[in-house]
Design a protein around this ligand. Sequence first.
Ligand code: ARG
Length: 499
Amino acid sequence: MLISNLDFILTDFKMEGIMAQLWGGRFTKETDRLVYRFNASISFDKKLFKQDIEGSIAHVVMLARQDILTIEEKDAIIKGLASIREDVESGKLEITEEYEDIHSFVEANLIRRIGEAGKKLHTGRSRNDQVALDMRLYTREEVLKTDLLLKELLTDLLSIMESNLETYMPGFTHLQKAQPVTLAHHLGAYFEMFKRDRGRLKDIYARMNYCPLGAGALAGTTYPLDRHYSASLLGFEAPTLNSMDSVSDRDYLIEFLSALSTIMMHLSRFCEEIILWNSNEYQFVEIDDTYSTGSSIMPQKKNPDIAELIRGKTGRVYGALISLLTTMKGIPLAYNKDMQEDKELTFDAIDTVKGCLALFTGMLNTMKFHKEIMAQSAMNGFTNATDAADYLVNKGVPFRDAHGIIGKLVLYCIDKQTSIEKLTLNELKEISPVFDADFYDAVSLKTCVEKRLTLGAPGPEIMKEVIGLEKEYLADDWQNIGLYLTDDWQKYDKNGGLI
Ligand code: ARG
């Protein structure tokens, strides 16, 4: 009854021709079609198609080297796999839902194309180590692609910083004006955040770069596999050291999702500031027309939708992290089907973050900064009060007393609706005789910023040094470790031999 009620789920699904599955010998009945559909992963793991073929090629090359397959069988298999890849890429062969998963699709098509030799592809392998490998190959490449997008953002950010060393703006704490900074300095904070994000990706890459192939279903295999060799063919540092862990480890995905969540958190904070800055109240920036949207009812509106969407999508990426952590928390060793749930959410999080990074960079590059308004804003709100106190300290007043005197001065200004630097010397002297004519220069916006010369502060001279260091950082690229991208994997020639 219940099942027939769920029939609508299957209306777009043709049952004829399904069951191209890799098992069935010990079964006397066919799988229920709803069960088949519920269990199948082809609709999303087809994304792993290239990785599946790549891993299979490395596997058979190793099998032949170990005399488990003949050279002829290996060549036939590689040729068949290469032709499947070509046909899928050209659109001649479609990955359809009649297959349970991408592994079944590749193997079934291989056997269809080359016959008997194709049936030997899975010798000494299980779908458990196969999917662990596919996912790892996919993720490893996505770590690099995410890093490249971050690097692009950092490069553009640095060039905006370089041309805004003397663009004054207020720095805030509690969203209250605090002390003057520069745009270069403010953006530099985000530079540090995205730099740490890249560091996390680098660490993840190094930790995950071990090959699970050869772990079998959970307990290795009795064939004399050379796991070091297949690992090296696939650009891994080494093979993994415990077969049970190899098939059930999803830590690298959790780490990656955590790093992606942190990237989104940084983008979201930045977006929040841009939304504020772009508001009529601030007017520090104007988001370009090409990155804004209008309202269907209010003709005057130009909305920062892209910034808001990036901020919004942050929750979605956090969701993926929490979801996978929760999925993994109660799974006994070794492989369990729960782990299939790792894919959709990881794919979605990766695509989301890559999209957000690219769009954010575009929005930033086309944004106009209203430097005059920023400087004007830095001048009101008593952002020079700390410097006024420091002035008194330089004249010998203890800091705590100076703090009290300037506090009174601020109160006086609020009452008179004026600002510290606009008071006459007489007014100043009434509050403290220590004030002198050199006070005005000491509390000017320019001085307040220029004098902040501790490492990491906004003073343009020290910021220039920091920018020099950031340039060195960008030039010294961790990706120079030797990229290994699936698309470049052309180690096999068209006739099936390894080049
Ligand atoms: N679709 C499966 C996954 O993503 C592949 C592994 C299947 N292994 C198994 N023992 N059923 O996890």
